[in-house]
Design a protein around this ligand. Structure first.
Ligand code: ATP
Length: 231
């Protein structure tokens, strides 16, 4: 199997603070992987670098073999990114937000694709409402729809279940599990990692400290659910 995501020697400074300290990992095409770590571990920084929104000070990122600093267009065309605390365009309606990204992504059957996403995410009643009038949970669903509208080969999800009530979390989990994309999901909740992925990369202080399966991690974690209680 090919590596879809290659990360090597990433270093990222915010001022004099080193947020990533030589981070390295490889994700094969088709794998569903959780980037698990306590608050401040560097998960969001890593995902933003992988999405091409932030430049590292050092290190290499390749997406499907394309170096994101040398071939950003080719690398980014393979990616769908749900940022943490994502806010769609507030003054556009739900449908307009989806049309906007759909046109940017050059989607052929855009109308059908939007209708399908409004269906599966139960967003029809908000279709003509501006995002500014929506609850935080509904905004999160719109942001997710925008991230997956082009059925990306690689999906980067930063805390994807934030703000969602339990039934909606189930709906989103089922939707994500039905997708074929290679997935990297940032979270600090082990049960979320378990429901969405089958491999864990554990990071703290900007470094990988452990990689493996959920069964092995559960043995390490005991009864603890939040990764802050484990590392
Ligand atoms: P969380 O779960 O809280 O989002 P995280 O694992 O995603 O944490 P990051 O958001 O990547 O971690 O942050 C890593 C470290 O870098 C933290 O200590 C954070 O305070 C710091 N940091 C992040 N962004 C900035 C910034 N723009 N300026 C200064 N420091 C930052």
């Amino acid at each position: 199997m090919l590596d879809c995501i290659e990360v090597d020697g990433l270093i990222k400074f915010y001022g004099s603070f080193k947020a990533l300290d030589g981070l390295a990992f490889y994700i094969k095409c088709g794998e569903k992987v959780a980037l698990l770590g306590p608050n401040g571990a560097g998960k969001t920084t890593t995902l933003r670098i992988l999405a091409g929104l932030l430049r590292p000070n050092e290190g290499i990122v390749k997406i499907k073999g394309f170096d994101i600093s040398k071939n950003p267009r080719e690398a980014k065309s393979n990616i769908g990114f749900l940022p943490e605390d994502a806010v769609p365009f507030l003054n556009l309606t739900v449908r307009e937000n989806l049309e906007y990204v759909g046109i940017l992504r050059n989607i052929n059957n855009l109308k059908e694709r939007i209708n399908h996403l409004l269906d599966v995410l139960e967003l029809w009643e908000y279709e003509r409402k501006t995002v500014s009038s929506l609850s935080r949970g509904n905004r999160q669903k719109v942001a997710l729809a925008m991230a997956i509208i082009h059925e990306p080969a690689i999906l980067l999800l930063d805390e994807p279940l934030n703000y969602l009530d339990i039934p909606t979390q189930e709906r989103v989990i089922n939707l994500l599990n039905s997708m074929n994309s290679t997935m990297l999901v940032s979270t600090h909740i082990m049960s979320i990692a378990e429901r969405l992925t089958n491999k864990i990369i554990l990071i703290t202080k900007g470094k990988v400290i452990w990689q493996g399966g959920m069964t092995e991690l559960k043995k390490l974690a005991g009864e603890n659910e939040r990764i802050e209680q484990v590392v």
